[in-house]
Design a protein around this ligand. Sequence first.
Ligand code: FAD
Length: 392
Amino acid sequence: MRTTVGIIGGGPAGLLLARLLHRAGIDCAVLESRTREYVEQRQRAGMLEQGTVDALREAGAAGRLDAEGLVHHGIELRFAGERHRIDFPALTGGRTVTIYAQTEIVKDLIELQLADGPPLFFEAEALAVEKPESERPVVRFRHEGRERTLTCDWVVGCDGSHGIARDAFPTETSRTYAHDYPYSWLGILADVPPSCDELIYARGERGFALHSMRSASVSRLYLQVPNGTDPGDWPDERVWDELAARFAIDADWTLDRGPITAKSVTPMRSYVHEPMRHGRLLLAGDAAHIVPPTGAKGLNLAVSDVRVLARALTELHRTGSARLVDSYSESCLARVWQATRFSYDMTRMLHAQPNGDAFDQRMQLARLRRITASRHAAAELAANYSGLPLAL
Ligand SMILES: Cc1cc2nc3c(=O)[nH]c(=O)nc-3n(C[C@H](O)[C@H](O)[C@H](O)COP(=O)(O)OP(=O)(O)OC[C@H]3O[C@@H](n4cnc5c(N)ncnc54)[C@H](O)[C@@H]3O)c2cc1C
């Protein structure tokens, strides 16, 4: 098989890149190791920055997002028995965020690609990227019980944090930076309308809790739990009781309960791989970087990478200029490190530190009080949360 851009991974990064390249008239193919059903059901992100919504519109993939997405104008911070709203439009000159589940974005992009897009192979597992330094890199993959090859002009690794594309980078020129946090998130999906209009980030002595949502009838909630927690130790009633205790604020507010339809534990990790390009192999999304979900940045970063990359490959295709491809790694990493910093700060500010001393707790409260007392500090949070510009 032969294509111009071989894309490994059919998550949001790979599917959106394929769509943008297809619209620019660039030939490509996507290899996805899992089944369509699995990819469409994988529960993950749901908070979209304005730039992510714009990118999906540009790709012609925002019909359902525009009809069903919930536009949010802020978030609530709860701590020390108080509630404080961060008003995004007032603090950022009008920016908002949109709630629309990653699973729905993936469904929308798959439907478009199967209708009129470039080839998308499910259960096609990439095994290795070969000759990335050459003019014709090759992806070796397994499909329908046979080993096959895809010869490309460019290969893009959109294969997530456990992918294989990174392995083709030489160890001498690769650098990785990682930080593991001493806690995880127990996340649930529940068939109950959200008990709030906007996301609530709650910090307390019992640990952090986040109230999010996927739609007007489906709630998504998270609890900070110790690393290694078994979801089996958390029957539904225990989850709801703990959530209610961590969000408790005053008699006017109650947490509505409903049937829990999914429950899972996610460890918290920061990871960055530098550089994001080697020869004719490029990385995008979680294949190059992961952040803890506290700042809601992972999906948005993946989409930002893809926007920059689609522009770069389109310019190369139309004019022959490799200027943007050559600056791809550097320009993405500038934004990646800012999102990594923001996600780290939000995580450290809101989670109870296991064995944390009284000094740590005072530092967290001082940071929160600064944000709620100073318009400048609140504006900084709002600007980062609602999304920094594509070019920094
Ligand atoms: C609990 C949770 C909550 C989150 N909340 C948010 C949020 O609110 N906002 C936000 O922006 N982000 C959030 N994220 C992060 C976000 O989900 C990810 O950053 C996003 O999925 C990255 O997209 P991607 O396409 O780069 O990678 P992925 O979604 O991981 O896709 C990679 C794809 O590659 C495929 N693949 C892997 N290896 C191979 C191979 N060898 N061959 C072929 N295919 C392969 C995989 O099956 C997968 O489909 C959250 C994540 C979690 C876990």
